[in-house]
Design a protein around this ligand. Structure first.
Ligand code: CS2
Length: 487
């Protein structure tokens, strides 16, 4: 089996799109924190387009904040990897050359900080997942007793968190009389730019008030909306790609044809010509962000828990079941009414396109993958629209069913009795309520104020809807409940 690397380039079939530029001439203009499948299939593809257009400032130094696996996959390949967009029988593969190197932050945090502080670095982008911001999901306040954040509050000599790395690097830039870089959160958080800025300000102020003020005056933390479905790569994907292109790419990513990136028009210094790369630059990102979080991600989370409990492995299988599809439509009916769609977003067309994306059977997007970290995802995806509807006195039955399915998921046993690990930073807390009666379980989980704001926790109608939905899920299973409510 031949491994992908520079030498293998000449043997690739002509159908594989490849770098149109000289990789040796590329400079590193971007440091990316949280190098994972999503970055590789989303932002990196836009940077690759910038390089292909001849603007060689936008090579990427990727950093993994924890594991060395990504570096170990990429290093033998000269940091080359492929992105394959699949739909039906169609698979289009592009070789990405934008990645210039990979650092593993815990191995050498100071090298990473120096790279971020380099004069050529104009953008620091992040995909560190919701929990990587060290913020309370309900309120957005810093979780000061998080062990890694506590270490960064004590000293920034060897930062451990994303906000810590950013503050340390900005301090070096200030000392070197350089401008800050633009810091771009690309995670599915509400107001991701503001949340990241708040975390950075709080940490900077703790160490050096003047540094905080300098960042406020000179820095930029644009809001963004990012969208591309990127299922985790499996061995079978690597084998299938090998069969098609004749090389083994252990760093490959698979995705869908669709991709969208909306960035608030707020930058310091140089940036790629984003508009020319198909990125939407706008003053108002929030309406895009809300629509995406509540429609795509909200439905995803509902599918993840109901599907996971019912033993449905993949998203496309869930929406192939009429009651599953009807559940998604009903959830969208509730969520859509809470949105103010931005100019250019036609909600009915958006819904049709989204259902088509969910139905993409070439992706094999696992419900279990989406079920991860529910405590961090629920507030912006499901609880935000519920709050709006309850304030208006509107029913929330379908959204509440999705939340109840998350509650039932905390029991770590699906409808067939098979056990699994609840992969969530708050799993130890949610487990305490899992085996109580439905009303006690609901009360116990609603009391977790890191997830549920008081207005929801104390709402009697919401509590009743959850208790009845949780009771139904336990008695009839997720599949039975879906069939009963949506068939
Ligand atoms: C998914 C997202 O795993 C999840 O939580 O909902 O990763 C989703 O696929 C992306 O946000 C799509 O842009």
């Amino acid at each position: 089996m031949r491994r992908l690397d520079e030498a293998a380039l000449s043997s690739l079939p002509a159908s594989v799109a490849r770098p149109l530029y000289d990789r040796r001439a590329v400079r590193t203009g971007i440091v990316h924190l949280g190098l994972g499948a999503f970055h590789k299939a989303h932002q990196a593809v836009y940077y690759e387009a910038a390089l292909n257009s001849g603007d060689l400032r936008w090579g990427v130094l990727g950093a993994s904040l924890r594991s060395r696996a990504v570096r170990d996959q990429l290093a033998p390949q000269g940091n080359l990897y492929t992105v394959t967009a699949r739909e039906g029988a169609d698979a289009r593969t592009q070789l990405i050359g934008a990645l210039r190197g990979v650092l593993v932050a815990p191995e050498d945090p100071t090298a990473l900080v120096s790279a971020m502080a380099a004069a050529d670095t104009h953008l620091v982008t992040l995909t560190v997942t919701e929990k990587g911001y060290k913020l309370d999901p309900a309120t957005g306040a810093l979780i000061r007793d998080d062990p890694d954040l506590a270490a960064d509050l004590a000293s920034l000599a060897a930062p451990r968190t994303a906000p810590g790395l950013i503050v340390a690097a900005l301090a070096q830039r200030r000392a070197a009389r350089l401008k800050p870089f633009t810091t771009v959160s690309c995670d599915n958080l509400p107001h991701n730019g503001k949340r990241l800025r708040d975390a950075v300000f709080a940490l900077a102020a703790h160490h050096d008030r003047a540094l905080r003020d300098w960042i406020e005056t000179h820095g930029a933390f644009p809001e963004t909306m990012v969208d591309r479905i990127v299922p985790a790569t499996e061995e079978a994907d690597i084998d299938a790609l090998d069969g098609r292109i004749g090389v083994a790419d252990r760093a490959m990513v698979k995705t869908e044809p669709f991709s969208q990136w909306v960035i608030q028009d707020r930058f310091v210094g140089e940036r790629p010509d984003f508009a020319a790369l198909g990125v939407q630059i706008t003053d108002s990102v929030a309406p895009w962000e809300d629509a995406k979080l509540r429609m795509l991600n909200g439905a995803h989370s509902g599918i993840a828990y109901l599907g996971g409990l019912a033993g449905i492995e993949f998203v496309h299988e869930f929406v192939a079941i009429p009651a599953g599809r009807a559940f998604v439509e009903a959830l969208w009916n509730e969520s859509a009414e809470t949105l103010s769609p931005p100019p250019g977003l036609d909600l009915p067309a958006y819904r049709t396109a989204l259902m088509g994306r969910f139905a993409n059977s070439a992706l094999n997007h696992r419900t279990r993958q989406i079920a991860m970290d529910g405590s961090q995802k629920l507030p912006q995806r499901l609880l935000a629209p519920i709050l709006v509807r309850l304030e208006r006195g509107q029913p929330v039955d379908t959204l509440a069913l999705a939340v109840a399915a998350w509650m039932r998921w905390q029991e770590a046993r699906d409808d067939a009795g098979d056990t699994y690990v609840v992969d969530d930073p708050l799993a130890a807390r949610t487990a305490g309520s899992a085996n109580l009666s439905a009303s006690d379980a609901v009360a116990g989980l609603l009391a977790i104020d890191a997830i549920f704001p008081p207005a929801l926790a104390e709402h009697p109608g919401f509590r009743t809807a959850l208790t009845s939905a949780l009771g139904a899920l336990r008695a009839k299973g997720a599949r039975g409940t879906l069939e009963e409510r949506f068939a």
